[in-house]
Design a protein around this ligand. Structure first.
Ligand code: SF4
Length: 445
């Protein structure tokens, strides 16, 4: 049961020392109760209080990490139903299915596609995160061979090993247990044996049951057998069931602190129709899935899903921004153009990408506007003539230029006269409004 702020306050040192970054112990207690602070921030909390509060302040959805090193995928830790209440914490992982009935070439092709799926978008690396290997043949030997083939081709990629046969599971786990995979396939019929394997090989257990009552009974049983790290599958396979079950699970965990469903959810989106598969996967991303399993990887599908996932899992209270400075694009000379924009990440990456496309070496002055785009920054009084002039003067860029010319975004053409007044001796040129017109603009100069 979650504790109230006052109940938490009674367990804190009550010295109001502020070391936690809050003005009083009561303020910190209130934040803990809202799950907007971590108990670790108070260095003076007693061991006894830690034990009580640790449990009470633990995220309602258990944090679980599978895979190892820099490709490990962290799941869970969510604390809210809606992104605008705080933020969604750990982006859902995408996994692609490899069936052990596939040929060696087919398996290698999928492993290659996973390795090559990574793209860079607004400064973040996005990729298909994992391979889901299923025992479609029901043959333990074939399953072991498929796991071996994927592990050899893509050794760093996190794995989900799917079989309900404990003997096949054990043979596969012996190959890859050190990579902390998920063993998916525990159900009512094999729970004891699968829980035993999860404990022995220290892996995460994927637990499946039809319906939330059966699922919560099963997770409690498995927890009683000594397995803490699980991912859960309520058996939902169509859109209506996925929305319904995932919402009820999230609500039970977050609002009722119902621990038996407080685990990351795995969703199966595989469809023969690729567009339908994309829509099912998008549903999982939007509605609380921590892992979405697909049947194939296609670039167009990846791009749509990566963008959706990135948008949903960015913190709405923290604008994405890049560092304020003058960036060189290509190898600019003293004659190269100087352009200016704001430090909203998306603006920076779009503008710099279009300048790169033009193949014209440039300098791009990126001004700190607290992560706002050009028009919003201007409207908010952060991208103004005097602030632009101060930024350029303090940057010292003038000494690197033969001609003191600054190209400003077309949307703020209105600023050109005022900037010229603030920067005597400079020429202010109005560039295009949209970044995609930059290559033609730069080449025509
Ligand atoms: Fe209170 Fe601990 Fe914060 Fe100090 S650090 S104000 S003792 S909660």
């Amino acid at each position: 049961m979650a504790l109230t702020g006052v109940q938490i306050f009674k367990l804190l040192p009550k010295t109001n020392c502020k070391k936690c970054g809050h003005p009083t112990c009561l303020a910190f207690a209130m934040k803990l109760a809202q799950r907007q602070a971590s108990l670790d921030s108070c260095p003076d909390v007693s061991e006894e209080a830690k034990q009580v509060l640790g449990e009470a302040s633990a995220p309602p959805i258990r944090p679980v990490t599978f895979g190892a090193a820099d490709k490990a995928a962290k799941m869970g830790e969510e604390t809210v139903l809606f992104r605008h209440e705080k933020k969604f914490v750990n982006p859902c992982a995408f996994a692609v299915e490899v069936k052990d009935t596939m040929s060696g070439d087919e398996i290698n092709k999928i492993a290659d596609d996973v390795l090559n799926s990574e793209i860079d978008r607004v400064g973040q690396k996005l990729r298909v995160d994992a391979v889901f290997i299923s025992n479609a043949s029901n043959d333990a030997g074939k399953f072991e061979s498929a796991v071996k083939a994927v592990a050899a081709k893509a050794p760093a990629v996190p794995l989900i090993i799917s079989t309900s046969n404990p003997a096949a599971a054990e043979a596969a786990l012996k190959l890859v247990a050190g990579k902390r995979p998920i063993l998916y396939g525990a159900d009512e019929s094999n729970a004891d044996a699968m829980a035993g394997l999860a404990k022995t090989y220290k892996v995460i257990l994927g637990v499946a049951a039809k319906g939330l009552d059966a699922l919560s009974t099963l997770t409690e049983k498995i927890k009683g057998l000594g397995v803490d790290d699980m991912v859960i599958d309520p058996g939902s396979r169509n859109a209506k069931e996925i929305i319904q079950d995932n919402t009820l699970i999230r609500r039970a965990a977050v609002k009722k602190n119902f621990k038996a469903l407080g685990y990351p959810v795995i969703t199966f989106a595989q469809r023969d129709d690729k567009m339908l598969e994309l829509l099912m996967a998008a549903l999982g991303v939007a509605k609380y899935s921590s892992i979405v399993v697909m049947s194939s990887i296609e670039k167009w599908k990846d791009l749509a899903l990566f963008t959706l996932r990135q948008n949903i899992y960015t913190d709405p209270q923290v604008p994405m921004q890049v560092e304020q400075k003058v960036y060189n694009i290509g190898e600019p000379t003293p004659e190269s153009p100087l352009m200016i924009t704001t430090n909203f990440s998306l603006t920076y990456f779009i503008v710099s990408g279009e300048i790169e496309n033009s193949k014209v070496p440039c300098r791009l002055a990126v001004m700190d506007c607290e992560g706002l785009s050009v028009l919003t920054g201007w409207a908010a009084g952060k991208f103004t003539a005097s602030k632009i002039a101060t930024f350029l003067q303090e940057s010292g860029i003038e000494k690197d230029l033969k001609n003191k010319e600054l190209i400003i975004p077309g949307y703020v053409a209105i600023l050109s006269g005022a900037i010229e007044e603030k920067l005597p001796g400079w020429t202010i040129t109005v560039g295009p409004r949209e970044a995609n017109a930059l290559p033609a603009f730069l080449k025509s100069r």
